[in-house]
Design a binder for this molecule. Structure first.
Ligand SMILES: Nc1ncnc2c1ncn2[C@@H]1O[C@H](COP(=O)(O)OP(=O)(O)OP(=O)(O)O)[C@@H](O)[C@H]1O
Ligand SMILES: [Mg+2]
Length: 235
């Protein structure tokens, strides 16, 4: 049994048409799984479904052997999910440190060790700890967002386009940090627009098209697949 097993998810927003069609995703312990696909394919919707922000008409979500299909997002955080959404993922008028403290909202134990771990992982976050998060560069904000999600000590970290709008150098750095996080045993489920680079660090890749699984394979195999390259990776 996979650590995360989202099985045959079908559903959409409110009473609207289904966006996801039989969409399945699995992530093993410590594995990096990457979702790629065209704009509007339903990548963010799939992430929201896994996190409990979408009412599924069919399908289930299992985490660590437990059926969590009917749990709220907050309950899923308690079960070990951390989620960094694609947009509005920091509190811009709060300081960087306050953002990290907010991330720990469900915890009642001492959070200093977790804050120190985030500062170690992202030295820039430490340097800017007393500044308002809204004053930071795009790359630094994404680091704050990832750091905030780490504050609940997740077992599965879900990242929706963590490198959106950052330079190639900052992207490489962020990917290196994500690899570091995965090596500590945390599973990663990540949506990425930078498909080649992301599949390059992925243990497993999913190509999503119109809310359905189009291709699933190791990152390396997807990068080597002629059809996938031509259709989704620009040749
Ligand atoms: N809150 C919402 N209410 C209704 N429909 C939505 C909502 N969010 C997204 N959609 C629709 O769901 C479909 C999938 O959108 P989604 O944001 O999941 O795609 P995506 O693959 O993440 O795209 P992108 O690469 O642009 O981030 C689109 O048709 C979109 O218009
Ligand atoms: Mg999206």
């Amino acid at each position: 049994m996979s650590f995360l097993h989202a099985n045959a998810m079908t559903g959409g927003y409110g009473t609207g048409a289904d966006i996801l069609h039989d969409c399945s995703l699995t992530v093993q312990k410590g594995e990096i799984a990457v979702i790629v696909g065209p704009n509007g394919a339903g990548k963010s919707t799939a992430m929201k479904a896994v996190f409990g922000m979408l009412n599924l008409r069919q399908g289930s979500v299992n985490l660590d052997g437990e059926d969590i299909t009917h749990l709220s997002p907050q309950e899923r955080v308690r079960k070990g999910m951390g989620f960094v959404p694609q947009t509005n993922n920091i509190f811009p008028t709060m300081t960087v440190r306050e953002n990290l403290e907010m991330g720990a909202f469900i915890r009642s134990d001492d959070i200093e060790a977790s804050i120190d771990l985030v500062y170690e992982l992202f030295p820039a976050v430490f340097e800017k700890r007393n500044q308002n998060a809204g004053e930071l560069s795009g790359g630094q904000r994404q680091q704050v967002a990832v750091g905030r999600a780490l504050m609940t000590k997740p077992k599965l970290l879900m990242l929706d386009e963590p490198t959106a709008g950052v330079s190639p150098i900052v992207m490489d750095e962020l990917f290196d940090r994500i690899i570091e996080v995965a090596r500590t045993g945390i599973s990663i489920l990540m949506v990425e627009q930078n498909a080649r680079q992301a599949l390059d660090i992925a243990d497993k890749g999913y190509v999503l098209v119109q809310g359905a699984n189009a291709y699933t394979d190791t990152g390396a195999n997807l990068l080597a697949d002629e059809e996938v390259r031509r259709t989704f990776l620009g040749g």
